[in-house]
Design a protein around this ligand. Structure first.
Ligand SMILES: Nc1nc2c(c(=O)[nH]1)N[C@@H](CN(C=O)c1ccc(C(=O)N[C@@H](CCC(=O)O)C(=O)O)cc1)CN2
Ligand SMILES: [Mg+2]
Length: 301
């Protein structure tokens, strides 16, 4: 049976929402071109991770499709950290480059934190630099991580105003869980974060109006975790082997049971994933505008 046939919940269509974000980015990049500005995005990939290769290719394609010039830097996993830092310093200084992203995960030989800190925060379109993380925590208009920002857009589209809602975030990664909690707090939600040491996590999650799941464990969250009528956002992307030997993508949520009890749910694929790439393009435009606005204000002196 297809997801559509079993579901009682509304399916939140991430592909359609991503197309709307991308159409808006394209309009904005056309407007910038009228001013003689072409946004530029540098994408850095180290190693041979097959999923990362696909994501990077999709990022380059989407960038070109919305009028952002993309510059690809690919290396095998023998690349030294010092060489990567030298490249980032060059990209930081290059006025043609407005956004820089280093695809994660990096090989174990490279210190991820040191690399992310080497990106100019104004070009940090992934929103992983501590300056942007700090801005997000303080509720400032910082460059925020793409996946949680995409989740927030899907939630706002589905629920409207989020103020006063009880949101539970399951997972506390730096890329999704923690920034997701900060974004929901900025929308005036009451936020709980569940993690591996939480006591009675199902009972806590069952109190939530909104549940965002980002744990990296296939189909871990089933109907026992969900209050009837809650809205569920599934960030997980896991490849699961089927009986016939083929693999299929599943989320961190057990879609079949949760769709019978939630009021709305994101599918995997076609939910959060497409929003991640759309928000990357949005952030590249935002970074471009910020850089040109600060260059203009400096020119006044
Ligand atoms: N530097 C970064 N690294 C990583 C990030 C990130 O935001 N910045 N996030 C993930 C991977 N990722 C983007 O990089 C990403 C993952 C999934 C998708 C997506 O569109 N998924 C599709 C399914 C695709 C498939 O078949 O595999 C979907 O859910 O519909 C986009 C981007 C880790 N690294
Ligand atoms: Mg590492």
């Amino acid at each position: 049976m297809s997801a559509q046939e079993t579901t009682a919940a509304t399916l939140i269509d991430g592909r359609a929402c991503a197309e709307r974000v991308l159409a808006d980015v394209e309009r904005q990049s056309q407007a910038l071109r009228q001013e003689g500005i072409t946004p530029g995005l540098a994408v850095v990939l180290v190693g041979e991770d097959p999923a990362s290769q696909v994501y990077v290719r999709n990022k380059m394609r989407k960038a070109e499709a919305v009028g952002i010039r993309s510059f690809e830097y690919r290396f095998d996993d023998t690349l030294k950290q010092a060489e990567l830092l030298t490249l980032l310093a060059k990209l930081n200084a290059d006025p043609e480059i407005n956004g820089i992203l280093v695809q994660l995960p990096l090989p174990a030989t490279i210190d991820e934190h040191a690399v992310l800190q080497a990106i100019d925060p104004r070009k940090d379109v992934d929103g992983f630099h501590v300056e942007n993380v700090g801005g997000l925590i303080q509720g400032r208009d910082a460059l925020a991580p793409c996946t949680p920002t995409g989740c927030l857009q899907l939630l706002k589209q589905q629920c409207g105003d989020l103020a006063g809602k009880h949101a539970v975030v399951i997972g506390r990664s730096n890329i999704v869980g923690k920034p997701m909690a900060a974004l929901l707090l900025a929308e005036h939600c009451s936020v709980s974060v569940i993690h591996s040491r939480s006591v009675a996590p199902e009972a806590l999650a069952r109190q939530a109006d909104i549940v965002v799941v980002a744990v990296g464990r296939p189909e871990m969250v089933d109907a026992r975790w969900i209050k009837p009528g809650a809205v569920v956002i599934d960030v997980g992307i896991n490849r699961r082997q089927q009986h016939d030997g083929k693999t299929r993508l599943v989320g961190d949520v057990d879609f079949a049971s949760v769709a019978l009890i939630a009021s709305a749910i994101t599918p995997v694929p076609g939910g959060v994933g497409p929003m991640t790439i759309a928000l990357l393009m949005h952030n590249t435009l935002k970074a471009t505008r910020l850089q040109h606005a600060s260059a203009e204000s400096l020119a006044l002196f």
